[in-house]
Design a protein around this ligand. Structure first.
Ligand SMILES: NC(=O)CC[C@H](N)C(=O)O
Length: 367
């Protein structure tokens, strides 16, 4: 497949302009600009619903070179990012199991991208200035006009997005004869989380984001799972309320990423927007209980406040990020509930943290 040599532009909210070439669909797209440093797993990243509303910069030097696999490497029912920026975009792919090229995949999903951008320069710029919105276009090549368009891109702070990407209808995953039943609150769940639960003998019922606690409880679960997802956790009082009520049952509860932030909010700890998020596959995290270091997969732009966790009567910190000491995991002292900010399902990423799923099962068995 040949790429066009059509020009494209990336314009940041602060007026910085980067020139490149078009990829994917010809068009215009805006969102919050985020960089992911992972060297593999681009398809899992593009289909992770937590990236909804965001334009992804892949800092790895080659993108597209292994094509895409239609179902096995998708983390949801399709591409969820708003747009993509990279340095070298490969028009050809070589992997005998690939179903198509990334170019074709993006065209079908209506995703606009730009390649040939010096991603090192771009990331240094965002790293220093902090996270901001951006717009990419292969149809409007006037920076001033794009800056005006950028005003229509909503600010991520205060934005509720889970109800847009969550399932419309409740569905089940796993075998009905499984040993345990877990009610999953889908705030934008990745498929591999459900696979990890089902592989451990869990029958999951996956509920839409705005399902009331009464509906979850009526299914008579043995435990609750609160998923990852896009947007600002502080804009989701409905999910915080559901988690508060789930905690009152004293049944085991496990949260990942957005789910971790919601458990924190439900426990009286606030969240904040980070200067830049953590997105990549090699973030070192210290498990404070075992003293071990885990190499983790991460994708978040908000975090929970460390100062509010000091001497907190009901919550203790279980995991710390070794790069910047941000909170990576908590557990309730008074309830069988815990959560992590990073992604133990490791898709894409290292498998160091799979044990957390086992710990959830152990809590359910004990209960
Ligand atoms: N992966 C996630 O669940 C992301 C959570 C949240 N939207 C954040 O950016 O921090």
């Amino acid at each position: 497949m040949n790429l066009t040599q059509r020009e494209a532009l990336l314009v940041l909210q602060d007026g910085a302009v980067f020139k490149g070439l078009a990829l994917g669909k010809i068009g215009t797209a805006g969102g919050e600009i985020c960089f992911n440093t992972g060297m593999t797993g681009y398809q899992e990243i593009y289909t992770d619903p937590s990236y909804y509303g965001q334009v992804i910069v892949n800092t790895t030097s080659h993108i597209g070179n292994y094509g895409v696999q239609l179902h096995s490497e998708e983390e949801s029912d399709g591409v969820k990012i708003m747009g993509m920026v990279c340095n070298y975009f490969s028009p050809i792919h070589s992997r005998h199991t690939a179903d198509s090229s990334l170019q074709e995949y993006f065209e079908k999903a209506n995703i606009v991208g730009i390649h040939g951008v010096d991603t090192r320069e771009l990331v240094r710029h965002i790293r220093d200035k902090g996270v901001m919105n951006c717009i990419i276009s292969s149809e409007i090549l006037d920076p001033e006009a794009l800056l005006l368009e950028l005003n229509n891109v909503p600010d991520m702070e205060g934005l509720e997005l889970s109800s847009t990407v969550s399932t419309r209808n409740t569905y089940e995953v796993g075998s009905e004869d499984a040993r345990f039943r877990v009610a999953v609150l889908d705030l934008g769940i990745k498929k591999s989380i459900l696979t990890n639960l089902a592989n451990r003998g869990v029958y999951c019922s996956v509920f839409p984001a705005k399902t009331s606690f009464a509906e979850l409880a009526a299914w008579n679960p043995d435990g609750f799972f609160i998923s990852n997802g896009p947007g600002d956790p502080a804009a989701m009082p409905y999910a915080v309320e559901t988690v508060k009520q789930a905690l009152d049952t004293d049944k085991p509860l496990f949260g990942i990423c957005l789910g971790h932030q919601i458990l924190s909010l439900a426990s009286g700890i606030s969240t904040y927007k980070m200067h830049n998020g953590h997105r990549g596959l090699n973030h070192p995290v210290k498990n404070l209980i075992t003293g071990r270091c885990e190499v983790t997969s991460q994708n978040h732009g908000f975090a929970v406040r460390a100062d509010e966790l000091q001497d907190h009567g009901k919550v203790e910190v279980t995991h710390l990020n070794l790069n910047d000491k941000t909170i990576e995991g908590i557990r309730r002292k008074d309830k069988p509930a815990f959560s992590v900010q990073y992604h133990p399902e490791a898709s894409p990423g290292p498998h160091d943290s799979h044990y957390l799923f086992d710990e959830f099962i152990k809590l359910i068995k004990q209960a």
